[in-house]
Design a protein around this ligand. Sequence first.
Ligand code: AMP
Length: 217
Amino acid sequence: MNVVLLGAPGAGKGTQCKHIARRFGVEHLSSGDILRENRANGTQLGKKAKSYMDAGGLVPDDLIVEMMADAIGKTSEKGFVLDGFPRTVNQAEELDKALDDMGLKINAILNLEVSESVVIERITGRRSCPACGAVYHIKNMRPKVDGVCDNDGEKLVQRPDDTSEVVENRLRTYHKQTAPVVDYYKKHYNVMDIDADAKAEEAKQIIFDKLESIEQK
Ligand code: AMP
């Protein structure tokens, strides 16, 4: 099963993709995570992506499409869930072409709908573990000990692009370049809108129900 998860920054794509990957055995492909990994490893791609990411803008389409097509090509026949990609209409078109070349198709597109005030609260309160990648929130998903990862005791950090100054730019980028991707898919596919203002657990159940009905077809 191949799934695309759409939604603004802070809509909960990462959290829901982790649940989907665990429940359905598909691979979670997060463009943001792959870029951060490239930066941490000092690759050419990581170096090229840095300035765009730090400013809250988008990394150029050609770099992203190649990176994601490569990642999709390495997944097993169980499938994948895309998180953070595609983020422009051009990326969506290029993804369609790449999947066609690989003989693959998208089985489900979920669109997490979230209000702006919820997004800002979620993103600016987000803290993550630099070692294992676990994600917490200073109010809604607190670690057992403040500022410390439950899994490995590492000190939690705020992603540099999660600060309130950068978040505003990321949201502007979303409205200008990524929101049209939802319209693109609505023209070509059956897109399932999900209320993502709700608690993550409720949204998860709605998503599971929808994907289970697709899996049984
Ligand atoms: P994320 O973790 O998905 O919020 O992504 C963090 C940053 O990585 C974004 O603000 C962009 O700068 C960059 N990025 C991630 N995915 C894409 C994409 N599909 N296209 C362009 N830039 C991306």
